[in-house]
Design a protein around this ligand. Structure first.
Ligand SMILES: CNc1ncnc2c1ncn2[C@@H]1O[C@H](COP(=O)(O)O)[C@@H](O)[C@H]1O
Ligand SMILES: [Zn+2]
Length: 355
């Protein structure tokens, strides 16, 4: 919101906060708020370990994807232990709940760290322990987890992640539900992961893939055709007008594959001159295609899910009723069972803010 926010703007923001919301695209290490960063620094200092300059973590202006991935190096250097992963996840969940998010799918790339003894498995355990603690404390949110494959890694690493996800899907009481493919889109050809991703689907895991973050039509089309893509992350360059292709559009439309749209993240990393040019307009407004507003990780992009809904109203003139409907429809695309979805829908009915 600008400094010149009018009473109407404030009322709209208030509405967006009270709207029950569902977050389907948030990388844990992109969700670390200023206050959590401070806690992580204290944790590191208490152990006598050096810290990088964490003030550079936040994306305050337009940056390139390359610069974004440099920022993750800063946070990864800070977040190296099971204690810090637990803390990060715990704080993230509480902050989301405070923003009115009632269902969230977090995603994160399991990492090992020789210095602290963290393994990929203890990393996931720490995240799951934080989810359980929030449940025990009755934090008002349902949380699920996707394990992320980093496309910069090897196929063997990816296979490891799918194996972990398969095991945790069985042992986590339904918290681990799927796999994400992410990482620097300029690195490697994601088609090498097709067999591994197919195995993940065959094992019953849901798949959300970062696709078309840069123009890469062959890769995008082949992944869409060879893998059961349950949701698309970003999909900035799918349609021909922006360098994508009609074949890709046909594929996405015929499968009605939902697109996770992260306005602020895209605006900051793709330097969209105007949010009017965001692909939400093409897909959702012009073509009624299912799109889910998400943050990508609110903290790093200095946003929140409420603010993303606010931006939809501000830039595309969506009414409160339309914002509510988008939020309600997002439930259809959650990687959970029908019972949970029905419970969420009932809640949405009860909690519908005055429209
Ligand atoms: C434009 N946005 C993006 N595109 C692609 N991958 C992204 C991303 N934002 C985050 N990640 C992926 O998530 C990791 C950080 O969270 P976790 O350590 O997994 O919790 C990054 O290292 C990258 O692999
Ligand atoms: Zn992402």
């Amino acid at each position: 919101m600008s400094e010149m926010a009018t009473a109407e703007d404030l009322k709209l923001m208030q509405f967006c906060r009270s709207l029950p919301k569902i977050e389907l695209h948030a990388h844990i290490n992109a969700c670390i708020s200023t206050s959590t960063v401070r806690k992580l620094v204290r944790l590191k200092e208490a152990k006598g370990e050096p810290c990088l300059d964490v003030s550079k973590y936040f994306v305050t202006e337009h940056i390139t994807l390359d610069e974004l991935f440099q920022k993750f190096k800063i946070i990864h250097a800070l977040n190296t232990s099971v204690e810090s992963m637990f803390l990060t996840t715990y704080e993230t969940i509480r902050e989301m709940a405070a923003d009115g998010v009632r269902y969230a799918e977090l995603r994160s790339t399991p990492r090992a760290d020789a210095a602290t003894g963290m393994t990929k498995r203890s990393y996931v355990d720490a995240v799951l322990a934080a989810v359980r603690k929030c449940e025990q404390e009755n934090v008002d949110i349902v949380v699920k987890l996707l394990l992320s494959i980093d496309r910069r890694g090897s196929v063997a690493d990816a296979a490891d992640t799918v194996r972990l996800a398969t095991q945790y899907a069985a042992s986590s009481g339904g918290v681990v539900v799927g796999v994400d493919l992410s990482g620097d889109p300029a690195v490697n050809d994601a088609r090498v992961f097709i067999p591994v991703l197919r195995e993940a689907s065959a094992a019953g895991l849901k798949l959300s893939l970062h696709l078309a973050e840069v123009v890469n039509n062959e890769e995008t089309l082949e992944l869409l055709r060879c893998v059961r893509v349950d949701r698309i992350g970003h999909g900035v360059f799918l349609h021909p007008e922006v360098g994508g292709s009609q074949a890709i559009v046909d594929c996405v439309r015929s499968n009605r594959t939902p697109i996770e749209c992260c306005l602020s993240s895209n605006e900051k990393c793709y330097s969209l001159p105007h949010l009017q040019d965001h692909h939400f307009v093409y897909w959702h407004i012009e073509n009624k295609h299912p799109c889910i507003p998400c943050t990508d990780g609110g903290a790093i992009f200095e946003t929140s899910l409420s603010r993303e809904y606010y931006l939809l109203a501000e830039h595309y003139g969506l009414t409160r009723r339309q914002l509510y409907d988008i939020s309600l429809r997002s439930i259809d695309h959650a990687f959970t069972d029908e019972t949970t979805r029905d419970a969420l829908r009932r809640r949405w009915q009860l909690e519908a803010p005055s429209l």
